[in-house]
Design a protein around this ligand. Structure first.
Ligand code: ASP
Length: 308
Protein backbone atom coordinates (compact mmCIF):
# COMPACT_ATOMS: atom_id res chain seq x y z
CA UNK A 1 0.00 0.00 0.00
CA UNK A 2 1.27 3.49 -0.83
CA UNK A 3 1.76 5.90 1.97
CA UNK A 4 -0.90 8.34 3.08
CA UNK A 5 -1.23 10.81 5.93
CA UNK A 6 -3.80 12.98 7.65
CA UNK A 7 -3.67 15.70 10.31
CA UNK A 8 -6.45 17.68 11.98
CA UNK A 9 -6.61 20.68 14.28
CA UNK A 10 -9.29 22.11 16.54
CA UNK A 11 -7.72 25.51 17.10
CA UNK A 12 -4.68 26.93 18.87
CA UNK A 13 -4.15 29.54 21.56
CA UNK A 14 -3.45 30.12 25.22
CA UNK A 15 -4.97 27.01 26.67
CA UNK A 16 -4.79 27.04 30.48
CA UNK A 17 -3.63 23.63 31.77
CA UNK A 18 -5.40 24.28 35.11
CA UNK A 19 -8.75 24.53 33.31
CA UNK A 20 -8.13 21.33 31.42
CA UNK A 21 -9.93 18.76 33.55
CA UNK A 22 -9.40 15.11 32.64
CA UNK A 23 -13.01 14.94 31.43
CA UNK A 24 -12.59 17.97 29.19
CA UNK A 25 -9.31 16.72 27.77
CA UNK A 26 -10.89 13.34 27.07
CA UNK A 27 -13.80 14.95 25.22
CA UNK A 28 -11.49 17.02 23.02
CA UNK A 29 -9.21 14.09 22.27
CA UNK A 30 -12.14 11.82 21.45
CA UNK A 31 -13.54 14.36 19.00
CA UNK A 32 -10.14 14.76 17.33
CA UNK A 33 -9.69 11.00 17.11
CA UNK A 34 -13.13 10.50 15.62
CA UNK A 35 -12.29 13.07 12.95
CA UNK A 36 -9.03 11.24 12.25
CA UNK A 37 -10.83 7.90 12.03
CA UNK A 38 -13.31 9.23 9.47
CA UNK A 39 -10.58 10.70 7.33
CA UNK A 40 -8.33 7.67 7.74
CA UNK A 41 -11.11 5.34 6.56
CA UNK A 42 -11.39 7.34 3.33
CA UNK A 43 -7.63 7.28 2.73
CA UNK A 44 -7.15 3.61 3.65
CA UNK A 45 -9.74 2.63 1.03
CA UNK A 46 -7.84 4.57 -1.61
CA UNK A 47 -10.17 7.58 -1.49
CA UNK A 48 -9.08 11.11 -2.27
CA UNK A 49 -7.35 13.55 0.04
CA UNK A 50 -10.17 15.98 -0.74
CA UNK A 51 -12.85 13.56 0.49
CA UNK A 52 -10.75 12.77 3.56
CA UNK A 53 -10.33 16.39 4.68
CA UNK A 54 -14.01 17.12 4.12
CA UNK A 55 -15.03 14.04 6.13
CA UNK A 56 -12.66 14.91 9.00
CA UNK A 57 -13.76 18.55 9.18
CA UNK A 58 -17.44 17.56 9.19
CA UNK A 59 -16.87 15.57 12.38
CA UNK A 60 -15.27 18.59 14.06
CA UNK A 61 -18.06 20.89 12.83
CA UNK A 62 -20.61 18.54 14.39
CA UNK A 63 -18.85 18.69 17.77
CA UNK A 64 -19.90 21.52 20.11
CA UNK A 65 -16.33 21.65 21.49
CA UNK A 66 -14.89 23.57 18.57
CA UNK A 67 -15.64 26.97 17.10
CA UNK A 68 -17.02 25.72 13.79
CA UNK A 69 -20.41 24.43 12.68
CA UNK A 70 -22.34 23.49 15.80
CA UNK A 71 -20.02 25.18 18.35
CA UNK A 72 -19.64 28.45 16.44
CA UNK A 73 -19.22 31.66 18.45
CA UNK A 74 -21.76 34.52 18.46
CA UNK A 75 -21.23 37.67 16.38
CA UNK A 76 -22.15 41.19 17.60
CA UNK A 77 -25.79 40.60 16.66
CA UNK A 78 -25.96 37.38 18.66
CA UNK A 79 -25.90 35.26 15.53
CA UNK A 80 -23.57 32.66 14.07
CA UNK A 81 -21.77 33.50 10.84
CA UNK A 82 -19.49 30.76 9.59
CA UNK A 83 -16.60 30.66 7.14
CA UNK A 84 -15.07 27.60 5.47
CA UNK A 85 -12.88 26.61 2.55
CA UNK A 86 -11.13 23.69 0.95
CA UNK A 87 -8.56 23.22 -1.79
CA UNK A 88 -7.48 20.35 -4.01
CA UNK A 89 -3.73 20.20 -4.62
CA UNK A 90 -3.74 18.29 -7.93
CA UNK A 91 -5.57 20.93 -9.99
CA UNK A 92 -5.67 23.93 -7.61
CA UNK A 93 -9.46 23.90 -7.58
CA UNK A 94 -10.92 25.54 -4.47
CA UNK A 95 -14.25 26.40 -2.89
CA UNK A 96 -15.15 28.68 0.00
CA UNK A 97 -18.06 30.27 1.83
CA UNK A 98 -18.10 33.28 4.16
CA UNK A 99 -20.67 34.61 6.60
CA UNK A 100 -23.07 31.72 6.16
CA UNK A 101 -25.84 31.01 8.65
CA UNK A 102 -27.82 27.87 9.49
CA UNK A 103 -25.66 25.60 7.33
CA UNK A 104 -24.87 22.48 9.34
CA UNK A 105 -21.57 21.75 7.59
CA UNK A 106 -20.05 24.84 5.94
CA UNK A 107 -17.12 22.74 4.62
CA UNK A 108 -19.56 20.72 2.51
CA UNK A 109 -21.10 23.91 1.15
CA UNK A 110 -17.56 25.03 0.23
CA UNK A 111 -17.10 21.71 -1.56
CA UNK A 112 -20.31 22.32 -3.53
CA UNK A 113 -19.04 25.77 -4.51
CA UNK A 114 -15.93 24.08 -5.85
CA UNK A 115 -17.76 21.24 -7.63
CA UNK A 116 -21.02 22.84 -8.72
CA UNK A 117 -20.41 26.55 -9.32
CA UNK A 118 -18.14 28.72 -11.43
CA UNK A 119 -16.93 30.58 -8.34
CA UNK A 120 -14.39 30.10 -5.59
CA UNK A 121 -15.81 32.21 -2.73
CA UNK A 122 -19.45 33.09 -2.11
CA UNK A 123 -20.95 34.80 0.92
CA UNK A 124 -23.97 35.78 3.01
CA UNK A 125 -27.48 35.59 1.54
CA UNK A 126 -26.21 34.43 -1.83
CA UNK A 127 -24.41 31.52 -0.20
CA UNK A 128 -27.58 30.66 1.71
CA UNK A 129 -29.58 30.62 -1.53
CA UNK A 130 -26.94 28.37 -3.08
CA UNK A 131 -27.11 26.10 -0.01
CA UNK A 132 -30.87 25.74 -0.55
CA UNK A 133 -30.39 24.92 -4.21
CA UNK A 134 -27.72 22.37 -3.39
CA UNK A 135 -29.94 20.84 -0.71
CA UNK A 136 -27.17 20.79 1.89
CA UNK A 137 -28.34 20.15 5.44
CA UNK A 138 -29.66 23.22 7.26
CA UNK A 139 -30.32 23.63 10.98
CA UNK A 140 -32.29 26.19 12.97
CA UNK A 141 -30.57 28.72 15.28
CA UNK A 142 -31.15 26.54 18.33
CA UNK A 143 -28.86 23.84 16.94
CA UNK A 144 -25.92 26.28 17.06
CA UNK A 145 -26.68 27.58 20.57
CA UNK A 146 -24.08 26.75 23.20
CA UNK A 147 -24.33 28.16 26.73
CA UNK A 148 -20.56 28.62 27.11
CA UNK A 149 -20.24 30.57 23.86
CA UNK A 150 -23.32 32.59 24.81
CA UNK A 151 -21.68 33.65 28.07
CA UNK A 152 -18.50 34.56 26.16
CA UNK A 153 -20.60 36.77 23.92
CA UNK A 154 -22.46 38.40 26.82
CA UNK A 155 -19.11 39.55 28.24
CA UNK A 156 -18.40 41.56 25.10
CA UNK A 157 -21.76 42.49 23.59
CA UNK A 158 -22.28 46.24 23.22
CA UNK A 159 -18.53 46.91 23.26
CA UNK A 160 -16.00 47.24 20.48
CA UNK A 161 -14.07 44.29 21.81
CA UNK A 162 -14.01 41.30 19.54
CA UNK A 163 -12.65 38.24 21.12
CA UNK A 164 -11.01 35.05 20.36
CA UNK A 165 -12.81 31.97 21.45
CA UNK A 166 -11.86 32.14 25.13
CA UNK A 167 -12.83 32.19 28.79
CA UNK A 168 -11.13 34.39 31.40
CA UNK A 169 -7.89 32.51 31.55
CA UNK A 170 -7.90 31.21 28.05
CA UNK A 171 -7.46 32.81 24.70
CA UNK A 172 -7.99 30.20 22.12
CA UNK A 173 -8.98 29.89 18.53
CA UNK A 174 -11.38 27.00 18.07
CA UNK A 175 -11.30 26.88 14.30
CA UNK A 176 -10.99 23.39 12.82
CA UNK A 177 -9.08 22.06 9.85
CA UNK A 178 -7.55 19.05 8.14
CA UNK A 179 -4.78 18.30 5.65
CA UNK A 180 -4.16 15.04 3.83
CA UNK A 181 -1.99 13.14 1.38
CA UNK A 182 -3.78 10.27 -0.36
CA UNK A 183 -2.40 7.05 -1.86
CA UNK A 184 -2.39 8.62 -5.33
CA UNK A 185 -0.01 11.37 -4.23
CA UNK A 186 -2.64 14.10 -4.06
CA UNK A 187 -2.80 16.74 -1.34
CA UNK A 188 -5.80 18.65 0.03
CA UNK A 189 -6.63 21.05 2.86
CA UNK A 190 -9.84 22.27 4.52
CA UNK A 191 -10.63 24.82 7.26
CA UNK A 192 -13.90 25.82 8.98
CA UNK A 193 -14.73 28.41 11.66
CA UNK A 194 -17.30 30.54 13.43
CA UNK A 195 -14.72 33.35 13.46
CA UNK A 196 -14.32 35.67 16.44
CA UNK A 197 -16.82 36.35 19.25
CA UNK A 198 -18.60 39.73 18.84
CA UNK A 199 -17.26 40.23 15.33
CA UNK A 200 -18.99 43.07 13.51
CA UNK A 201 -19.82 44.30 10.04
CA UNK A 202 -19.79 40.84 8.53
CA UNK A 203 -16.13 40.50 9.37
CA UNK A 204 -14.46 37.65 7.50
CA UNK A 205 -11.31 35.96 8.78
CA UNK A 206 -8.55 33.99 7.11
CA UNK A 207 -10.30 30.60 7.12
CA UNK A 208 -12.26 31.04 3.85
CA UNK A 209 -9.46 32.96 2.14
CA UNK A 210 -7.50 30.66 -0.16
CA UNK A 211 -3.81 31.33 0.50
CA UNK A 212 -4.41 32.82 3.96
CA UNK A 213 -6.12 30.09 6.03
CA UNK A 214 -6.08 27.24 3.53
CA UNK A 215 -3.82 26.19 0.67
CA UNK A 216 -2.93 22.97 -1.17
CA UNK A 217 -0.63 22.35 -4.10
CA UNK A 218 0.64 18.90 -5.13
CA UNK A 219 4.07 20.36 -5.94
CA UNK A 220 4.69 21.24 -2.28
CA UNK A 221 2.20 20.89 0.57
CA UNK A 222 -1.30 21.28 2.00
CA UNK A 223 -1.87 23.74 4.88
CA UNK A 224 -4.72 24.63 7.27
CA UNK A 225 -4.29 27.52 9.73
CA UNK A 226 -5.82 28.66 13.01
CA UNK A 227 -5.16 31.91 14.79
CA UNK A 228 -5.77 35.63 14.67
CA UNK A 229 -7.33 35.80 11.20
CA UNK A 230 -6.43 39.42 10.46
CA UNK A 231 -2.74 38.60 10.91
CA UNK A 232 -2.93 35.38 8.89
CA UNK A 233 -4.53 37.29 6.01
CA UNK A 234 -1.78 39.93 6.09
CA UNK A 235 0.89 37.21 6.20
CA UNK A 236 -0.84 35.17 3.46
CA UNK A 237 0.25 32.44 5.82
CA UNK A 238 -0.84 29.19 4.16
CA UNK A 239 0.45 30.18 0.73
CA UNK A 240 3.68 31.42 2.25
CA UNK A 241 4.52 27.91 3.46
CA UNK A 242 4.05 26.71 -0.12
CA UNK A 243 6.07 29.62 -1.54
CA UNK A 244 9.02 29.03 0.79
CA UNK A 245 9.13 25.42 -0.39
CA UNK A 246 8.55 26.16 -4.07
CA UNK A 247 10.82 29.17 -4.53
CA UNK A 248 13.40 28.72 -1.82
CA UNK A 249 13.53 24.95 -1.69
CA UNK A 250 12.93 24.79 2.06
CA UNK A 251 11.73 21.56 3.67
CA UNK A 252 8.16 21.53 5.01
CA UNK A 253 9.38 21.73 8.61
CA UNK A 254 11.64 24.69 7.87
CA UNK A 255 8.99 26.55 5.85
CA UNK A 256 6.43 26.11 8.64
CA UNK A 257 8.97 27.27 11.24
CA UNK A 258 9.68 30.46 9.31
CA UNK A 259 5.98 31.32 8.91
CA UNK A 260 4.82 30.38 12.42
CA UNK A 261 7.81 31.64 14.43
CA UNK A 262 9.33 34.41 12.32
CA UNK A 263 6.70 35.94 10.05
CA UNK A 264 3.49 35.78 12.11
CA UNK A 265 4.67 37.01 15.55
CA UNK A 266 5.56 40.58 14.40
CA UNK A 267 2.01 40.82 13.00
CA UNK A 268 0.49 39.72 16.34
CA UNK A 269 -0.27 36.48 14.56
CA UNK A 270 -0.89 34.16 17.50
CA UNK A 271 -1.83 30.70 16.33
CA UNK A 272 -0.57 27.73 14.41
CA UNK A 273 -1.05 25.49 11.43
CA UNK A 274 -0.98 21.91 10.27
CA UNK A 275 0.71 20.86 7.04
CA UNK A 276 1.61 17.77 5.03
CA UNK A 277 3.98 17.40 2.08
CA UNK A 278 4.19 15.07 -0.92
CA UNK A 279 6.20 12.52 1.04
CA UNK A 280 3.56 12.36 3.75
CA UNK A 281 5.67 14.24 6.29
CA UNK A 282 3.45 16.08 8.74
CA UNK A 283 4.19 19.26 10.68
CA UNK A 284 1.82 20.57 13.38
CA UNK A 285 3.28 23.77 14.84
CA UNK A 286 2.10 26.82 16.83
CA UNK A 287 3.50 29.90 18.54
CA UNK A 288 1.20 29.86 21.58
CA UNK A 289 0.76 27.46 24.49
CA UNK A 290 -1.31 24.81 22.79
CA UNK A 291 -3.15 23.56 19.76
CA UNK A 292 -5.81 20.85 19.66
CA UNK A 293 -4.39 18.50 17.09
CA UNK A 294 -3.96 14.96 15.87
CA UNK A 295 -2.49 12.91 13.07
CA UNK A 296 -2.47 9.43 11.61
CA UNK A 297 -0.56 7.67 8.86
CA UNK A 298 -0.87 4.43 6.93
CA UNK A 299 0.09 2.52 10.12
CA UNK A 300 -3.33 3.44 11.54
CA UNK A 301 -1.89 4.67 14.85
CA UNK A 302 -3.90 7.68 16.04
CA UNK A 303 -2.06 10.48 17.84
CA UNK A 304 -3.76 13.41 19.57
CA UNK A 305 -2.24 16.25 21.62
CA UNK A 306 -3.14 19.62 23.11
CA UNK A 307 -0.06 21.10 24.77
CA UNK A 308 3.47 21.23 23.49
N1 ASP B 1 -8.67 32.11 12.18
C1 ASP B 1 -10.01 32.26 12.67
C2 ASP B 1 -10.54 33.62 12.32
O1 ASP B 1 -9.83 34.58 12.48
C3 ASP B 1 -10.12 32.10 14.15
C4 ASP B 1 -9.60 30.80 14.67
O2 ASP B 1 -8.60 30.29 14.19
O3 ASP B 1 -10.24 30.28 15.61
O4 ASP B 1 -11.69 33.72 11.95
Amino acid sequence: MSTFALAVHGGAGTIAPELMTPAREKAYREALELALRRGHAVLAEGGSALDAVEAAVRVLEDSPHFNAGRGSVFNADGQHEMDASLMNGSDLRAGAVAGVQNVKNPVTLARRVMDNSNHVLISGNGAFEFAHKQKVELEDDQYFFDEFRYQQWKETVGTDVYQLDHSDKEKKFGTVGAVALDQHGNLAAATSTGGMTNKKWQRIGDSPIIGAGTYANNTTCAVSCTGHGESFIRAVAAHDVHALMAYKGLSLAEAVRVVVHEKLPPLDGDGGLIAVDRAGDLVLDFNCSGMYRGHVGADGVFHTAIFR
